[in-house]
Design a protein around this ligand. Structure first.
Ligand code: PRT
Ligand code: ZN
Length: 290
């Protein structure tokens, strides 16, 4: 029987599913080199003391809590649903979805309280129960493990609670969302009370992951501007500390280099153009260590 090196940290990721590709892409862009073909159950990184273990997402929180692995990446909904005490360490920018309450299009129900005493099918019993309790609602929850969206058409239920990302599954099944219950995304989770050697390795891994995640939030920008507007430009793009400003060969003109946050990117570019900046050149940032 093959045993994993115990001095390495072990990270469980989804073997095959919605989080797999983004998780592997994130780990690779953090510089980790490992195999990821489908039949593999684990892979040792070639350039970091880390073993990657491929599991079903539902099993990951328990493996982490029991210490079989040190870290895991799952949907936050799965962590909460599992009810276990693994720690959330970092939110990751993928796996976005919303646990939602939906009814058949022709239903008269327009809010949760219209479903008093009715049947609601779901695979997410813990989150659904919390939601009913919080709203002091009595309804019958019916547990279904997959294809929940079919339950109303088969008269198994009057409503469903399920995850929605694009909304096309709901639309295809003639269902309409009436309430949003919980927003989820992928998260990195970890076991409590790890040895100090493992903590050191985890901090190193986090530095790499944070470097990639922070870089995704920024664009590197270079532009030219008349030096008379240098102060205005600095107020529009303060940069990480301050923008780099250097003179151009043309008298009275400067070149400015700085970073812009992705979520305010276009409005910042509009302000820069409005202020008089020209020749704006935008480059991706590969890593950013804050
Ligand atoms: O085999 P394994 O148990 O590992 O995988 P799984 O089939 O249980 O999970 P998987 O791969 O479907 O989802 C993994 C995680 O991705 C989930 O736990 C969520 O955190 C996250 N996620 C993001 C989603 C969705 N989006 C999503 N849309 N999980 C499921 N769905 C399903 C939803 O249940 C519904 O059936 O997709 C359908 C709706 O999608 P839209 O795009 O039509 O709205
Ligand atoms: Zn699953």
């Amino acid at each position: 029987m093959k045993k994993l090196n115990n001095s390495y940290i072990k990270l469980a990721i989804q073997k095959k599913g919605r989080l797999t590709n983004s998780t592997i892409a994130l780990l690779r862009s953090a510089g980790l080199e490992f195999e990821s073909y489908q039949q593999k159950l684990f892979a040792a990184c070639r350039n970091f003391p880390l073993n990657i273990v491929y599991l079903r997402d539902d099993d990951i929180p328990d493996y982490v809590e029991k210490g079989a692995v040190d870290l895991g990446i799952v949907g936050e909904n799965i962590l909460i649903e599992s009810g276990n005490m693994a720690n959330k360490i970092l939110s990751l920018p993928y796996g976005y979805c919303t646990l939602s309450l939906a009814v058949p299009k022709e239903s008269n129900a327009n809010k949760l309280s219209d479903l008093r005493g009715k049947r609601i099918a779901t695979s997410y019993m813990t989150l659904a129960l919390q939601y009913l309790r919080k709203n002091k609602m009595k309804a019958e929850l019916i547990r279904i493990n997959g294809s929940v969206e079919i339950a109303p058409a088969l008269q198994m239920s009057d409503a469903i609670i399920d995850l929605v990302s694009t909304g096309s599954t709901m639309a295809l099944n003639d269902l309409r969302v009436i309430e949003k219950i919980y927003e989820s995304q992928a998260v990195l989770i970890g076991k409590n009370n790890l040895s100090s050697e493992k903590e050191v390795l985890i901090q190193k891994l986090l530095l790499r992951l944070n470097g990639v995640l922070a870089a995704d939030n920024y664009k590197y920008v270079m532009m030219n501007a008349p030096e008379t507007i240098a102060t205005i430009i600095q107020t529009i793009v303060p940069g990480l500390k301050a923008p780099t400003i250097s003179p151009l060969a043309t008298p009275g003109w400067i070149s400015i280099q700085t970073v812009i946050q992705e979520d305010v990117f276009w409005e910042t570019i509009e302000k820069l153009k409005g202020a008089g900046a020209t020749g704006i050149l935008v480059l991706p940032v590969e890593k950013l260590i804050l």
